[in-house]
Design a protein around this ligand. Sequence first.
Ligand SMILES: [Zn+2]
Length: 503
Amino acid sequence: MRVFTAAFWNETNAFAPFPLDVSAFEEAGLYGPGERPDGDSEGAAVCEEARIRARAGAFDLIEGTCTYAEPSGLVTRAAYEGLRDRILAELQAALPVDIVALGLHGAMAADGYPDCEGDILVRARAIAGPKARIGVLIDPHANLSAEMVSAADVIIAFKEYPHTDFRERAVEVMDLLEAAARGEIDPVMRSWDSGALAIFHTSRPPVRAFVERMQRLEREGAALSVSLVHGFPWGDADCSGTRSLVITDGDAAAADALARQLAVEAAALAPEGMAAPVTLDAAIDQALAAQDAPTVLAESPDNPGGGAAGDSTAVLAQLIARGVRSACLGPLWDPGAVDLAFRAGVGARLDMRIGGKAGRLSGQPVDGEAEVLALDPAAFQTFAGVPVPMGRAAAVRIEGVEVVLVSQRGQALGVDLFTRLGIDPAAKAIVVVKSSRHYEAEFGKISRRMITVDCAGALQINLANIPYRRVRRPRWPIDPGPPTPFPVNPNPVGSKPQNEASS
Ligand SMILES: [Zn+2]
């Protein structure tokens, strides 16, 4: 048996101001065939699992390119077409193959290609032929398209958010692909759209019970695999939405019926599974009223981990406007301000203009007299014991608020993003972090009160306020009325790739 693997992994934020070129992939990881170091990651998990099996003698493995990039705005046409064509040429050279196993996030969009994964899979199917078994491990924050479902035999999404289960899901993808290639099973997939666009955290009720139900359905043999694809609400694709995905052994009607049932359940889950957003002023009120400091405010709408710039002044400006004095905030991306702080030196006081520069959603810059508190030419924060670089960093105090300015975009992960620059967040009333969820582990050690605030930003939480252009309507919660599920009709396999004729 001959198996081809590759990974091309990115989550595109349609509202983020930065185009993503090939250097962003090189920075995060761009490995040619066989170059990827051993080890797991969300994007490479299926490639890693295939490598482990090939070493054990299960099949002959031909590795293709494996690449990922930090989320940002649209991938440039040159970067997307270049990397896609490189992987497709590797697949062509590997023929004949029995299995194509790919790591694709599912929410990548490029200039001229609103559904990159659908485009890649349609082209991969044309190259590999109708008999090859094509499988994909996706992120649940994928925007699952009909093209993807039609062109692949097996698609499985992580069940957990945070994504702690990519290893188990990669094993399942390879198990199903191998069984299908041996002719033991004949996977068929069906998907239904719930009619909702939702943000689900699987570690909390009621979504936890939904995950357990999917696992029970698999254990009891109702399907070979069951996924809930949450969707990426900031991807703004035609296929953005929470969708069910069911794989059965040759029984399309059963797959369709179960996918429909799960979409109906997901539609009911969406309104109760999503926490109500807390407005910025209400969050500040709660923090100031609290007896036990500090309160951590997560500025999720400006989380660079989801593609935002990280230089929004929405929260900083409001803290200043309300005269809050005991507060710190970080990391705020502003390489220009960092440079001025380095020129001025520690202890200097100077007029500074902070943040608000990357785009419309970054708000207005904050102007004021700043005192330079500390400088670090090679700053980092620690996440799960691993140092994560922040570039050059400067701690400044502006209008009473202590801010960590950084030259390299990144979300808040570790408390030491503040402490290494001499700021003690535990002593503040309010600690503002630019992060959605990953900050919780470390900041949970200094505070049990963590509030996700809604404000302007590329990852605005109140989905009803997002200026969507492409999302299929009507859709809850953008439009009035409850979510209405509908089937994701499979397209004829081999349907046309996107953007074929454009220049
Ligand atoms: Zn995700």
